[in-house]
Design a protein around this ligand. Structure first.
Ligand SMILES: CCCCC/C=C\C/C=C\C/C=C\C=C\C(=O)SCCNC(=O)CCNC(=O)[C@H](O)C(C)(C)COP(=O)(O)OP(=O)(O)OC[C@H]1O[C@@H](n2cnc3c(N)ncnc32)[C@H](O)[C@@H]1OP(=O)(O)O
Ligand code: FAD
Length: 650
């Protein structure tokens, strides 16, 4: 019996669950990475269910900004009582606990956990750690990561905040900076002995630890309402010749000696490690936001009946329309593709960061390129997918009752923070160009050196399209795109300065970067499902085929070029898309059930597990302040006098 089926559920959604062709719990375990991860999730969910002080007092879309901040801090204060759930030896459970308490409200201390602690941990010297880490873990030190300025976020080399050894700018955006944190890791251009040594991180106290007032020569404040994340006090910080001790420069890698001498790090970019860490963590997290949106749109599409396919046969479930399936299912397949890529990226990051700690820097460029590329491509695709899921829910999708507007607003910020996506794709392109000049490329770039690649695809039918053939075809397209950009750059560089040539080729360079990242995701998706248990292979294969075939059909020009594929082969791939969607249709609700997203996270009337949407919408609307009185006071105040006057003249 499917554990998702319960008494009182909407009959349409129960009918869908009875169609499952696979074991939903088995897919949940595979999707979440094993029994241990699943046990972590269940513990956290039960814990929060049992502790009301960790739950929202009412749906957050009805809250003002002050209420959001109050709600966020109340839950954080509540969390402080439950520090048994904050276990640095069980990061997965701790991360899920933080995530499920705050969901998309972005708590006021997100940066403390997301960047301040990791950067301190990785950039502070052992002595500095022994002094600052215990206070930062206990909560007496609450920090943020303040790098971006009003005038500079992308271009770190031109940061105007200077840290002059013994010698005015505003930091703008950092989360928690405005009102709540009392410390910040400040990234500033270091000047010592009259030389600029570039961006470096500094540990800076910004508020009085007793009164919490801004320290002298520091101005702090909130930057105002944003598209989302309004539960966080993203703030500004203005320094006016603020002094800090030399020892407040984080000195694991580079140092300033008492006489001002600068000791160089093994690699200047080690100072950017905090950004690589968050980018590496973000991909799996942002894929989960797409999983939320796809869950909402899929479940709602099974209880929403609209229109008759056959006159007189009764209205159909909108998920029976092929166009509705095509709006949702490709993004359902991307949830798996991006999650598996994000999982792999976190594993690679963990391995490489161990090497970096031991001073082995050979993989630094690789992890920078991989984390930048996946962050840039996945955040953009997720933003597109959440919007399609909103559209799939029609008018109710536009209401906060659906949960989708909050998902959309939250996810779109990820295309900008931790690095603008275009800027990061250009970083990937730099990495690729340098690999084009290498005589031998290893790892993720080995395909660039393939000299005897096939001149045409040997795809026959989509059923027989093997993993090997798929990867060969994607390597062909990615290699062609990268080498085309490389040749364009080489030729353009013969007619103008290097930086101008780079700019004139930058659109092609971004296209090449995207194909490189897509190849990585396709390869990883196929490798991941190859190790799944046999009973899950059919549904996972259908999802992988949908992801891959739809990607090829949507970019058919790249595959048709130079006759590599024939139009008949593209038509064959289209058939593969329709076939995959038809296979997925009967399992759609069970696939999203397997994401095992708790109602606290989904925050959606349309996507609720039981499918009882319409009664739920009325319950939801009762929270509206406008419904406190049948006649709103504004009517009596403004309209009634005018109407009375008009009536008296009639
Ligand atoms: C985990 C779950 C997440 C949940 C999230 C929940 C809520 C989130 C809410 C809000 C968001 C939270 C926090 C947000 C924080 C921030 O946004 S922090 C600020 C982020 N800012 C950026 O990312 C800035 C982007 N710009 C840059 O990084 C630099 O401009 C760039 C590095 C791209 C350019 O560097 P620059 O030195 O100016 O020039 P080059 O292009 O020549 O680079 C020089 C060489 O250095 C290599 N390199 C560049 N960056 C890195 C790096 N990070 N690591 C390693 N190496 C790097 C580059 O490849 C060049 O190498 P070569 O010289 O070619 O060998
Ligand atoms: C929700 C949110 C939370 C944030 N939290 C923090 C935080 O906690 N700490 C922190 O330090 N920062 C934070 N930021 C700031 C964020 O890191 C920056 O906004 C981001 O790095 C982009 O930089 P920018 O704003 O300068 O954009 P810009 O670089 O000004 O981007 C504007 C446009 O210029 C283009 N562009 C810029 N440079 C180039 C180039 N070299 N080549 C081609 N095109 C280019 C971009 O592609 C983009 O289209 C946050 C931002 C947001 C939205």
């Amino acid at each position: 019996m499917n554990s998702y089926i319960k008494e009182g559920d909407n009959p349409d959604i129960t009918e869908e669950r009875k169609k499952a062709s696979f074991n939903v719990d088995a897919l949940t375990t595979f999707y979440h990475g094993g029994d241990k991860q699943l046990q972590n999730r269940r513990e956290v969910e039960k814990y929060i269910e049992d502790h009301k002080e960790l739950q929202d007092t009412r749906p957050t879309p009805f809250m003002s900004r002050d209420e959001l901040i109050d709600n966020s801090l109340r839950k954080i204060a509540g969390m402080a009582k439950f520090n048994e759930m904050i276990d640095m030896n069980n990061i997965d459970r701790t991360t899920y606990f933080l995530q499920l308490v705050h969901v998309r409200d972005s708590m006021a201390f997100s940066l403390h956990y997301l960047m301040f602690l990791p950067v301190l941990n990785s950039q502070a010297s052992p002595d500095q750690l022994s002094e600052w880490l215990p206070k930062s873990l206990s909560g007496t030190i609450i920090g943020t990561y303040a790098q971006t300025e009003m005038g500079h976020g992308t271009n770190l080399s031109k940061l105007e905040t200077t840290a002059t050894y013994d010698p005015k700018t505003s930091k703008w955006w950092p989360g928690s900076l405005g009102k709540f944190c009392n410390h910040a890791i400040i990234v500033a251009n270091l000047w010592t002995n009259g030389v600029c040594e570039g961006p470096h991180p500094f540990f800076v106290q910004i508020r009085n630890l007793e009164t919490h007032e801004s320290l002298p020569n520091i101005k702090l404040g909130d930057i105002g309402p944003k598209l989302s994340l309004n539960g966080s006090d993203n703030g500004y910080l203005v320094f006016d010749h603020f002094r800090i001790p030399r020892n407040n420069m984080l000195m694991r890698y580079s140092k300033v000696l008492p006489d001002g001498t600068y000791v160089k790090p093994p690699n200047a970019k080690l100072a950017y490690g905090g950004m690589v860490f968050v980018r590496s963590m973000m991909v799996k997290d942002i894929a989960n936001h797409l999983a939320n949106a796809v869950t909402i749109a899929t479940r709602y599409s099974c209880v929403r009946r609209q229109g008759e396919m056959k006159i007189g046969a009764g209205e159909v479930k909108i998920l029976d329309y092929q166009t509705q399936q095509y709006r949702i299912f490709p993004f359902m397949s991307k949830v798996f593709a991006f999650r598996f890529a994000g999982q792999q990226l976190q594993e690679i990051y963990k391995e490489i960061s161990k090497e970096l700690k031991m001073g082995k820097l050979s993989q630094l460029a690789d992890i920078h390129a991989l984390s930048s590329g996946l962050k840039a491509l996945v955040t953009f695709e997720v933003q597109q997918g959440i919007e399609q899921c909103r559209l799939a829910c029609g008018g109710h999708g536009f209401s906060h009752a659906s949960g989708i507007p909050e998902l959309a607003a939250f996810s779109c910020g990820s295309c900008t923070y931790e690095g603008d996506n275009i800027v990061l794709l250009l970083q990937v392109a730099k990495f690729l160009m340098s690999n084009c000049t290498n005589s031998v490329s290893s790892g993720v770039c080995a395909y660039l050196q393939e000299k005897n690649s096939s001149k045409s695809s040997d795809l026959t039918t989509h059923q027989q399209y093997s993993d090997k053939q798929i990867i060969q075809d994607f390597e062909h397209v990615a290699r062609k795109s990268v080498l085309r950009a490389f040749d364009k750059l080489r030729l353009t560089s013969q007619t103008c300065q290097k930086h101008e040539a780079w700019n004139r080729c930058s659109v092609e360079l971004c296209k090449a970067a995207r194909w490189h990242v897509r190849l990585y995701i396709v390869r990883n998706f196929l490798a991941t499902i190859a190790i799944a248990q046999d009973e899950l292979k059919p549904v996972l294969r259908a999802l992988a085929q949908l992801f891959i075939f739809d990607l090829q059909v949507s970019n058919k020009g790249d595959f048709l070029e130079n006759g590599y594929m024939k139009i008949q082969q593209i038509e064959e791939l289209k058939e593969g898309v329709w076939q995959a969607m038809s296979t997925i249709r009967n399992d759609a609700v069970s696939i999203v059930d397997a994401f095992a997203i708790h109602e606290f996270e989904l925050k959606s009337v349309l996507g609720r597990r039981d499918g009882n949407v319409y009664p739920g919408l009325f319950e939801w609307a009762k929270h509206s302040q406008l419904n406190k009185n049948d006649v709103h006071p504004a009517f009596d105040k403004y309209l009634a006098p005018i109407i009375t006057k008009i009536r008296s003249r009639m």
